[in-house]
Design a protein around this ligand. Sequence first.
Ligand code: PLP
Length: 377
Amino acid sequence: MAYRIPLFDLNFDGREAQAAYDTIQSGWISTGPKNELLEQMFREWWGVSYAVSVTNCTSALHLCALVCGLGPGDEVIVPSLTFAASVNSIRYTGATPVFCDIAGPEHINIDPEEVEKLVSPKTKAVVVVHMAGFPARMDALMTVAKRHNLKVIEDACHGPLSEWKGRKLGTIGDCAAFSFFSNKNISTGEGGMFITNNEEMAQKARLLRSHGMTTMSYQRASGHATTYDILALGYNYRMDDIRAAIAIEQLKKLPDDLEARARVRRRYEELLSGVKGVVVPFKGWGEFASNYIFPIVLTQGDAAYRDAVREKLHAAGVQTSVHYPAVHRFSIYRDFPADLPQTEFVTDHEITLPMYAALTEEQLVFIAETLTEALHG
Ligand SMILES: Cc1ncc(COP(=O)(O)O)c(C=O)c1O
């Protein structure tokens, strides 16, 4: 069924199509000049030394885990309230994820105090997910990481251009990953970016992105190299230039898109302020945030009640989602220890309402009224 109000909407127009067409016409469609330009834009816009474009955020996270030197016997602290990729990418290296709780319904990011409790002699790193594009408590988290000599991997895929104390998310830890999946703030279908300020990590990530090869096809085609060596067991995590060209157009639109999303969020906060039984995580947050999604947490009932509320919104043509079904509850993670009361609560009570720049006043009022009716009607 086509929803009256979908969960998200692509911010595409003729520019993305033209950029893809022009790239195809250029005769170079695999990793080349468009990827180089996209990486340069990330370096400049994020104020970061190195950016490596990749196939998706999952591969960027895998590269983060590899350049942090993770492997069998290592433990990595990670939230369970995330998409499975944040956890799976640790396991690709043979390291063991250790699930950590979030702070609570008002702040649905990993809790630094809980992180500290989980640190063991085997702990090598912590993965931070900035939910909806709102920063985790990075002061406390970086202090814990420093005290225990842990690497910090930022899964910043919800937070392009979001800021924490004036710094962009993804530039605070050791390295970070972004996603260009179709429902993300920068959409290319599939795509992603690895960023870091650490030269050694950047070189390793670039090498592993393309089979550990010392040169790429584009360098050879442009006469900068005639041969290559293979230095490490790498992967094919390269993004093609057609997608990079689309990403460039998306990035150019991003500041305006995020301003519009911030207005949508402010209006949501106003409309929901008088609705009993609803917590808006990060309410009143003062810094610039990407607002990738708009999560709310119900204060009453259980998962069945939440699902019934979602069903009423669905019947009214409003698409919703859940961010996230907690990872530790999935079959493949059931044997991993998890004492996560806040995560359990939020995963059972969360509803993600529609969020995109083009949402109108009329649509926002309709969503708020439909939700109020579903809760209290
Ligand atoms: C928090 C988080 N991390 C990682 C990913 C994986 O991104 P990708 O689909 O680009 O691999 C997602 C995707 O939804 C996500 O939401």
